[in-house]
Design a protein around this ligand. Structure first.
Ligand SMILES: Cc1cc2nc3c(=O)[nH]c(=O)nc-3n(C[C@H](O)[C@H](O)[C@H](O)COP(=O)(O)O)c2cc1C
Ligand code: SF4
Length: 680
């Protein structure tokens, strides 16, 4: 793409010249260690900088005070020791021509009290946030005074670290908890009228400005329309923004529409797969026209064409492609080099964000190198060793990734697939229109394999002789698994699997009981298919809440569908047996909590209990392999090659990955493949 590309035009923000319009908006990947952005954090941002973006907004709400304990690994901006860590990160990114800012915040009621220093959660008023469940203390005058100073201290530290600017998180956090009448019930001069509700935010920004001087860039990420019962609308939002710009010298606005108190509300701000792309873009354009300051925005602008349109249409100045950059940190470079088609697509799975709310770190469903830059390559280097013959069996996500990485290493790759197309379980998941984008995981790899000259051999059910006949140096078994039945006293043969429903092989009956003894997507997706077919459905789960392996944002579409179709959800109960009852079935239900029996009469019982590995080929190939299938876990963890020899007479190394080992998920399959194949 030529330099006329709207995305590649420079933009001047105050005095700062940004080399293009692409940015990563603030997001906490939870890579912090002791609240500090150490090596993992630095390498993560450095990779995006190398990938060519103009600006990385680091941290997800680095916290400015001890009484705002980290909710999801947030950085501790209230500690002086953060300065050298951030300085190193900023210096490295600046070295790549990428500007660095940071988002600061106090979480107010959006955190918990039973961690870190066990200080009470404090907010403008004692109104509880459903998502974090703390009952806040109403802020006292000394809290307010202290916070204003702490925000300024935090900003000063960021300036000392050599960052190009800061952004305050003002949607769902402390500052806007003062703005919104839905939270601020105060009777003093910080509550009531808009003038009073704006007071705290203005004092905070003025305090920061006084401390950092007129040149340092200070922006606000804020909801300009809460779109919330009892919240503020666009007129008040614009008044607040205007005042912050005119009276406190705010340099840019990063536009949000909505609120984040609940999962469904958050999903409107961070839409997931199957939801509308760029849902707020027109609103953002209206805000830009009304405010006349630089405007930043991100919300499911996941592809370059939409990002280009957003900039070209003048609706915003800097476009956040935040999850897209988690999936491929090199978007900007690929656009600049005319290799747009090679961008690894963000498929909206939102595995990344759902993980941090469950206490994990952000990981991309199909880029296992992101967040692991110290050990896993984003760009797989060519091998300097001997060219090898790598034979991969199975073209699901694990096999496709193993083939891709092996080919990038420069090896000769043969890929056998028993079916007539690639994708494995992803094809099943993508049968639902709502999750169709998951096919991007398969298609991107197929496209890469084509570019690398790897031909797939479909309809090839590989026996051991087929494999050994190819005289491979390395064999990768990625044969996946097949549905595993849960342990029932009787009647397994009377049940059908979630895969039967998902594949369309079995039609949902009139009245269905679905026993989900996995807690992940396959059971829930089958339930959605059954409910939407008009069947009467009860989901039974032995868990304390349904589908615990699915994170908050991915729960939203399921919960909406189940509510809409009147699905009955029964938790802490276990299906123990299925019996015939005339031409219907009797499901016997027990409990892990002591003696308990109840029954249901239904037309169909669907079960989900993960998969059993397809391991016959692996077992057959073990004896003649050099390692007898064994993995050196220490070397694997350290990111080093497998060199174990158990059978010196063996003619190939045998590696088993993905669900062919045990029932896991797409990320595990792809990480298995990458971490072995990068050393082939
Ligand atoms: C793992 C993760 C953590 C996030 N944490 C924050 C945060 O702390 N503060 C914030 O303002 N936005 C946060 N976000 C939201 C992003 O900045 C962005 O608004 C959102 O991902 C939508 O943009 P996208 O569709 O380009 O990803 C987070 C997003 C992700 C994926
Ligand atoms: S996990 Fe999904 S939403 Fe998150 S970056 Fe990866 S592809 Fe995008």
């Amino acid at each position: 793409m030529s330099s006329k590309d709207p995305l590649l035009q420079p933009f001047t923000l105050k005095h700062l010249v940004l080399k293009n319009r692409l940015m990563s908006t603030s997001h906490e990947p939870a890579y912090s260690e002791d609240g500090m952005p150490k090596e993992r954090y630095r390498l993560y941002h450095l990779e995006k900088a190398k990938g060519g973006i103009a600006l990385t907004m680091t941290a997800g709400s680095a916290v400015v005070a001890e009484d705002s304990p980290a909710a999801f690994g947030n950085l501790h901006a209230y500690k002086d020791e953060i300065v050298p860590w951030l300085k190193r990160l900023a210096d490295d990114c600046h070295g790549e021509g990428c500007a660095v800012m940071i988002q600061l915040t106090h979480l107010g009621r959006r955190t918990g009290w039973n961690k870190a220093d066990w200080l009470p959660v404090t907010a403008p008023s004692g109104v509880r946030e459903p998502a974090h469940r703390a009952f806040p203390k109403e802020a006292e005058d000394w809290d307010i005074e202290r916070w204003i100073g702490q925000y300024a201290d935090g900003a000063e530290r960021m300036q000392a670290a050599g960052l190009d600017g800061i952004e305050l998180e003002c949607y769902g956090h402390l500052v806007d908890q003062f703005w919104t009448p839905s939270v601020n019930k105060r009777q003093d001069n910080y509550g009531g009228s808009l003038e009073n509700r704006m007071r705290f935010g203005l004092e905070v920004v003025k305090g920061i400005r006084k401390r950092v001087g007129p040149k340092f860039i200070v922006g606000i990420r804020m909801a300009l329309d809460e779109d919330k019962p009892g919240g503020f609308g666009r007129a008040e939002g614009l008044t607040i923004a205007r005042k912050l710009i005119d009276e406190a010298g705010v340099d840019f606005i990063n536009v949000i529409r909505g609120y984040i108190d609940t999962d469904p509300a958050l999903a409107k701000i961070i839409p997931i797969t199957g939801m509308k792309a760029a849902p707020h873009l027109d609103f953002v354009g209206e805000m830009k026209a009304a405010l006349g300051v630089p405007i930043l925005h991100a919300a499911r602008i996941a592809d370059v064409a939409t990002a280009r349109h957003a900039v070209a249409s003048g609706k915003l100045d800097l476009v956040g492609m935040t999850r897209a950059l988690i999936a491929d940190p090199h978007i900007a470079r690929k656009v600049a080099e005319g290799r747009e088609a090679e961008i690894r697509p963000c498929v909206g799975a939102t595995y990344c964000l759902d993980r941090i709310y469950e206490g994990g770190e952000a990981l991309c469903i199909h880029n296992a190198a992101t967040g692991r830059e110290a050990t896993m390559p984003q760009i797989v280097p060519k091998s300097t060793g001997k060219k090898r013959r790598v034979l991969v069996v199975g073209a699901g996500p694990a096999g496709l990734e193993a083939a891709r990485v092996s080919a990038e290493r420069g090896h000769e790759v043969i890929l056998f697939e028993a079916a007539d197309e690639a994708g494995g379980q992803i094809r099943l998941a993508a049968r639902a229109l709502r999750r169709r984008e998951l096919l991007g995981i398969v298609d991107w790899r197929l496209q890469q394999l084509e570019k690398l000259g790897v031909g797939l051999r479909f309809n090839k059910w590989a026996e051991a002789e087929d494999v050994t006949g190819e005289e491979p140096d390395i064999v990768v078994i990625a044969t996946g698994g097949l549905p595993q039945a849960p342990a029932l006293e009787t009647g397994t043969d009377l049940t059908v699997s979630s895969w039967d429903i998902l594949s369309g092989d079995v039609k949902p009956a009139k009245e269905v009981l679905l026993f989900d003894d996995n807690g992940a997507h396959p059971g829930m997706q089958a339930a959605e298919v059954i409910a939407e077919a008009g069947s009467k459905l009860e989901i039974v789960s032995p868990e304390r809440f349904f589908a615990p392996e699915i994170g908050g944002l991915n729960h939203v579409p399921y919960a909406e569908s189940f509510q809409q179709h009147g699905v009955r959800i029964t938790i802490v109960r276990r299906l123990t047996a299925v019996k015939r009852a005339g031409n219907r079935l009797q499901a016997v239900i027990g409990s892990d909590f002591g003696d308990y029996v109840e029954t249901r009469e239904v037309d169909q019982v669907v079960v989900e209990h993960g998969t059993l590995p397809n391991a016959e080929l692996y077992e057959a190939l073990k004896p003649d392999s050099v390692n007898r299938g064994e993995v050196d876990y220490k070397a694997l963890i350290a990111g080093q090659p497998q060199t174990m020899v158990r059978n010196p007479a063996g003619s190939y190394r045998l590696i088993r990955i993905g669900d062919a080992v045990s029932s896991r998920n797409i990320h595990a399959a792809i990480y298995d493949a990458l971490r072995f194949a990068k050393d082939f």
